[in-house]
Design a protein. Structure first.
Length: 739
């Protein structure tokens, strides 16, 4: 770099530093500023010879992370300093001991926690990423700020990864959607969650992301005019009533629009609530609830509310600490509009999560939702003996869970995740009550222990001193807390049997020329469709897994490895790269893997049923060779996130043609001759054979299911377009689950 360039870069670094101090959410004292300056100087010096992949000075990354920590998460000087220093121990000669001497034990502890997360043993036989997540979650026991800085680090990496190669972008984006966005959600960081989700979509489904972004831009002017129309009416009324407020129009996130399009099988135009209005009002603490309902009343004087779409998170806040009143009303031009009503305090907590909780909590005796959640999390972590992937899966279940509100016999309200059972409720009251549960009554009626609770249910637990949990109870509960408590009780007996079982298993495998290792245990757990290694050893201990079954495992293990290596050896010549691109897009039907474009044996996974032309990837399974999944398969994120090292890049290319099945679900308005027209259109499409067809009409509604055999995705797309042109047809959707 020239002297001029360096001078410009140094000026830019200085500007970023000033911006960091200016945007801090917390009020910084003179000592705070000194601490941040010292951390900044140490970081600049430590990273002075490093550059990022994009070519810019490395120090811009720690400053970027510190800015997110200061402004969006709202941490104070200690958190900001730790963010500035978060990479120095990992990437430079500075040690944790050096930081302790130069700063204070707390900053050194935070940086050490962040460094531990990054330095995971790269053992390819276990899921590196799942182990990574487990270690990250364990740091919550020390200081929640470690996770908050890690989330900020991930957000900044996502914002600056344009210069990375595509498969790395996909891997990082998958991890982000799989664990970091749900974590941000659970910690009440809704702004960061939205940014992580949108960026995750940008790199996992770039085409869809770009389409939605361009459509949002196209409709922006019309949307703004509509928001103004609704806002003006509400502003007049609220001002007349003397409410001190502001109104913001907020577009829904790109990711949430995409999710609605996928879950409801609709186009962008058919997603009806693409934006929300937010009314943020000033209020004294004791008037907050009264004012919220007053504003609700004023809003519904003008616009009719949807009775099924009222969400009252003021009377019963979410366990993330989120408070607001959400109402969906019928606005002008027959369009539904979501209106969110929250006080300035509620808005700040929704924006900043953890940090704002503590700002408002001073002097309050009520336990913070975050504290409650962290205590539950600590229980889950302390009692977790599952393997890393199971642990992360369990943890995720409790991260994004929607909530229900139920009542105790005395009328106290309890919040549980959606899907929780009567037995979950018993353990939520107290683990001792859970363990002794003999039966449960819901709304006065006896119900099974696995009865799924609904909001508003009142539950009574019947206990007995002689009652003990059984193995079946694990199937009756969904919350990590209940599962762990049941396992703890069962484990006392199970552990002894499992210890014996492990020794027996090692002996039996030795006879089959297999050495017991963590990799083999993971394979056996998968083979026997179990959940944990403890389940496996326990079943061996009680003799429910027989010698013949172990022999079958050994035979399958040997076959799958021999086949896999045979396939690797039988590489065919790489495919000619100079094939005409237009030709490829219309005929590509052969799948090749990796940079070498190898032709390997594979199976199409039944969870998403890819056909040629779909965006796909290969996943190397333990027992079944390579399974091919669509990139938007429901299981894709978990696979790419937990088992990145088993993912094979895959793409379709031209070859001798094969045929593939696809099922189309067709709906429309029933009319005379529609069936004839439909069969004619399908028959007239070249290279399409009808395998089965079932059509029926009821009360003017037409439903059809057509299974066709096609050579690739382009032919199928053309067919779908032609069917959509038929008068009366409303929707044509491809069924992923074609068997």
């Amino acid at each position: 770099m020239t002297a001029v360039d360096l001078e410009e870069e140094n000026k830019a670094i200085a500007r970023e530093y000033k911006e960091l101090l200016r945007i801090s959410y917390q009020t910084l004292s003179v000592d705070d500023k000194k601490l941040i300056r010292k951390a900044f100087d140490v970081a600049v010096e430590a990273h002075k010879d490093q550059r990022r992949k994009s070519g810019e000075a490395y120090i811009f990354h720690p400053i970027g992370v510190a800015k997110i920590v200061a402004f969006e998460i709202g941490l104070g000087a200690t958190g900001i300093a730790a963010a500035l220093l978060h990479d120095v121990v990992e990437d430079t000669p500075i040690t944790v001991e050096d930081l302790e001497k130069q700063f204070n034990p707390k900053i050194a502890q935070l940086v050490e926690g962040l460094t531990k997360i990054s330095q995971v043993k790269k053992d390819m036989n276990i899921s590196v990423q799942a182990e990574n997540f487990r270690k990250m979650l364990l740091t919550l026991n020390d200081d929640v700020r470690v996770i908050l800085i890690k989330i900020a680090d991930r957000l900044h990496n996502m914002q600056t990864m344009d210069s990375m190669i595509q498969y790395k972008q996909e891997k990082i984006a998958s991890e982000t959607l799989y664990i970091y966005a749900p974590l941000a959600h659970r910690l009440g960081l809704y702004n960061i969650k939205t940014k992580l989700e949108d960026l995750g979509l940008k790199y996992t489904e770039p085409q869809i992301y770009t389409e939605i972004v361009s459509k949002i831009k196209e409709t922006k002017e019309e949307q703004d005019a509509y928001i103004k129309l609704v806002s003006d009416v509400l502003k007049d009324t609220l001002q007349k009533e003397g409410v001190d407020f502001i109104i913001k129009g907020r577009p829904k996130s790109i990711y949430s629009i995409r999710r609605k399009m996928a879950s409801q099988n609709v186009t962008f135009e058919e997603v009806y609530d693409k934006f929300a209005l937010r009314i943020i009002y000033k209020s004294e603490p004791h008037d907050e609830k009264f004012l919220a309902w007053k504003i609700y009343s004023l809003v519904t004087d003008h616009y009719r509310p949807s009775p099924s779409r009222l969400r009252d998170w003021i009377s019963s806040p979410k366990s993330t600490g989120y408070e607001a009143l959400h109402v969906t009303v019928m606005g002008p031009k027959g369009r539904w509009v979501e209106i969110q009503i929250r006080s300035e305090r509620m808005d700040e907590i929704a924006e900043k999560g953890y940090a704002a909780h503590y700002k408002y909590k001073q002097g309050s005796t009520e336990e913070n939702g975050l504290d409650t959640w962290l205590n539950l999390l600590r229980e889950a972590l302390e009692n977790s003996e599952s393997n890393a992937v199971d642990f992360v899966e369990d943890f995720k279940l409790n991260l994004y869970a929607k909530e229900i509100f139920v009542f105790t016999p005395k009328g106290d309200i309890k919040s549980l995740p959606k899907g929780a059972t009567a037995l979950d409720f018993a353990f939520d009251i107290h683990s001792e009550i859970g363990i002794k549960t003999r039966g449960t009554r819901v709304n006065g009626k006896l119900v099974p222990l696995n009865y799924e609770l609904k909001s508003g249910d009142q539950i009574e637990v019947i206990t007995s001193g002689s009652q003990k949990p059984t193995l079946h109870w694990l199937d009756y509960v969904t919350t990590a807390r209940a599962k762990n408590k049941i396992k703890n009780v069962l484990n006392e007996d199970m552990k002894k049997l499992a210890e014996d079982g492990k020794e027996v298993l090692a002996r039996k495998l030795k006879h089959l020329k297999i050495t017991l290792s963590e990799a083999v245990v993971n394979e056996l757990v998968t083979f026997f469709k179990l959940k944990t290694s403890l389940d496996l050893f326990y079943r061996i201990g009680i003799g429910s897994i027989e010698n013949q079954q172990l022999k079958e495992f050994a035979a399958q293990k040997n076959n799958s490895f021999i086949n896999f290596f045979k396939n690797r050896i039988k590489r065919t010549a790489p495919v000619n790269e100079d094939l005409n691109k237009d030709e490829l897009s219309s005929h590509y039907d052969l799948l090749v893997f990796g940079n070498e474009q190898d032709r390997l044996d594979y199976k199409l996974s039944s969870c998403c049923n890819a056909i040629p032309g779909d965006e796909v990837f290969g996943f190397l399974t333990i027992n079944e060779g390579i399974k091919v999944h669509k990139k938007d398969c429901p299981n894709a994120l978990a696979l790419q996130s937990n088992y990145a090292y088993r993912i094979l890049q895959a793409k379709w290319i031209d070859s001798t043609q094969q045929e593939f099945k696809a099922t189309l679900n067709i709906t429309g308005m029933d009319s005379l001759g529609l069936t004839n027209e439909l069969t004619k259109v399908i028959s007239n499409n070249m290279n399409v054979n009808i395998q089965s067809i079932s059509l029926n009409g009821e009360a003017g509604l037409f439903n059809g299911k057509v299974t066709v055999v096609v050579q690739n995705n382009s032919i199928l797309k053309k067919l779908i377009e032609n069917i959509k042109k038929i008068d009366g047809i409303d929707k044509v959707l491809r069924d992923n689950a074609t068997k």
